[in-house]
Write a protein that binds this ligand. Structure first.
Ligand code: CU
Length: 510
């Protein structure tokens, strides 16, 4: 399910049907996944319906050596690809065979809030043994993913890609490869719930945090410009392109030292092998589904051209390597040369790496610990990409400005916004039709990927994102158009931080 050759579809005659054929074509591979049914039907008023059943259940998975007991959608990590076309209606029934409540969140989709999958905000959690149907329209094309929004379930195998195809997309590439990154611990002697308990009781999940354990959110706030609307005040990180050893996100990027890092559910010792011919163009859709790990990604021997982030197009940008925060997605194209190449995802501030192999010719596979030279070259900071003109928010002064300070520390393990954990938070209140500016300020010594549900926001340079990495002590003003009424979460996409309180709500007043 992780590879799809557009050329083979065209050769099969399906290309004439446009991108709609992609969803229909992907259906058989999805229905072949045990416990997962699917179908595509036309709906009334010309809207096509993509209907599937997703079964969440305990499974045993082979990660390419390590065999683990975990929870998954169907019987694989990542779970089954869901694919539709812009404007389609998705009707996804979740059959919860887990021994726990769950929900599914469709990360990045500007959907009707009733389908957003947030327990006690948009729905009651789906009880063990129960089913629930999500029904929503996907308004924007792009690379998305889906995962639970209950506890730290995301840190099991409960994640999978969600691709919305663009009927206008020229598709001038020979292959499309979806690459899902993950950090893995479940079934290795600890569960994610064990780790959350350890973190919240002692502040240590296995990482050596050195001297930062006593750092509090209030320290270092003095002198920060929290209100400036100037472009200088809105971007706290001055320089983006730094080597991997000199990351703007610091070395203390995560809380958990994971035993394994995965691309498409495989460890580097027995990686997935992606095959193509020399000279072919490939579209990579890279998704960071990890719970606690920022990755630096590179393809050995190649430069990538980044074309989209979080679904939206950017001005194409060449790079040797790029950072991906948890919940972020980047699309890139690459023209392949002849040989065998490692696609690596190196966890920031942690040991080990994730890897897939790209094979266009003969040759020995590189070592699982290979470090491509691209990692020593400047690494692209996604927030510095420029938006494609088609992706820009219409210029407008904000009607309302709201402060969103990221606060907390490791010891005690408490995270929040504006000094309060979720549950004691004051929702950020807005009204439909407003242009809203969120003055985000990271008052902590860690990087946090900030994720907003139901909307895509604009960074100071106009870049459209739904998840953005905020560096330690960085401030950044982000603008959004209040065009999707409801009650939406804003949270850190480090799932342990989110669970420990770094979650709040953006609430439309009636
Ligand atoms: Cu965080």
């Amino acid at each position: 399910m992780n590879t799809l050759s557009r050329r083979s579809l065209v050769v099969g005659g399906l290309g004439l049907l446009g991108s709609g054929a992609l969803a229909a074509c992907s259906a058989p591979s999805i229905s072949s996944t045990a416990g997962t049914g699917s179908g595509v039907a036309s709906a009334g008023a010309g809207q096509r319906v993509v209907a599937k059943t997703l079964t969440a259940r305990p499974v045993r998975l082979d990660l390419g050596g390590p065999s683990v007991s975990t929870w998954a959608y169907g019987d694989s990590a990542p779970g089954p690809l869901i694919r539709a076309t812009t404007g389609d209606r998705l009707r996804i029934t979740v059959d919860n065979q887990l021994p726990a409540q769950t929900t599914v969140h469709w990360h990045g989709i500007a959907l009707d809030q009733a389908a957003d999958g947030v327990p006690r905000v948009t729905q009651d959690p789906i009880a063990a043994g129960a089913t629930y149907t999500y029904d929503y329209t996907a308004p924007d094309p792009g690379t998305y993913f889906y995962h639970p929004h209950v506890g730290v379930q995301l840190d099991r195998a409960l994640y999978a890609p969600l691709i919305i195809d663009d009927p206008q997309e020229p598709g001038d590439y020979d292959h499309e490869w979806i690459l899902v990154l993950d950090d893995w611990v479940d079934g290795t002697g600890r569960t994610p719930d064990d780790i959350l308990t350890t973190l919240t009781s002692s502040g240590e999940g296995g990482m050596d945090h050195g001297t930062m354990g006593g750092m509090t959110g209030a320290e270092g706030m003095e002198g920060m410009d929290m209100s400036s609307g100037s472009s200088e005040g809105r971007t706290g990180v001055a320089h983006g392109n730094m080597g991997a050893g000199d990351s703007p996100y610091g070395d203390d990027a995560g809380d958990v030292a994971y035993p394994h890092y995965l691309v498409n559910g495989r460890v580097p010792a027995d990686p997935e092998v992606l095959t193509a011919k020399p000279g072919q163009r490939v579209r990579l859709r890279i998704i960071n589904a990890a719970a606690d790990t920022i990755f630096t990604v590179a393809l050995g021997g190649h430069r990538m051209t980044v074309t989209h982030t979080d679904g939206f197009p950017v001005q194409p940008q060449d790079t040797h390597a790029l950072y991906l925060g948890m919940g972020e997605r980047y699309d890139a194209t690459v023209t392949l040369t002849d040989g065998v190449f490692p696609f690596v995802a190196v966890p920031l501030g942690k040991e080990g790496q994730a890897m897939s192999l790209v094979r266009t010719g003969s040759g020995a596979a590189p070592s699982p610990s290979v470090r491509p030279a691209e990692l020593d070259k400047p690494v692209l900071v996604g927030a510095e990409l420029k938006p494609a003109d088609s992706a820009r928010l219409e210029a407008r002064e904000p009607d309302v400005r709201l402060e969103l300070a990221m606060t907390g520390q490791m010891n005690p393990y408490e995270w929040g916004f504006n000094g309060a954990p979720y549950g004691q938070h004051d929702p950020l209140e807005i009204q439909e039709g407003q242009r809203v500016r969120l003055d985000v300020a990271n008052h902590t010594m860690m990087a946090h990927p900030l994720h907003l549900h139901g909307h895509t926001f604009a960074l100071p340079n106009g870049l459209r994102k739904d998840t953005v990495l905020i560096a330690p002590m960085q401030s950044m003003a982000i603008d959004l158009q209040a065009d999707n009424p409801g009650n939406w979460l804003i949270h850190c996409h480090n799932i342990y931080h989110a669970e420990a309180g770094m979650t709040t709500e953006l609430k439309y007043r009636p």
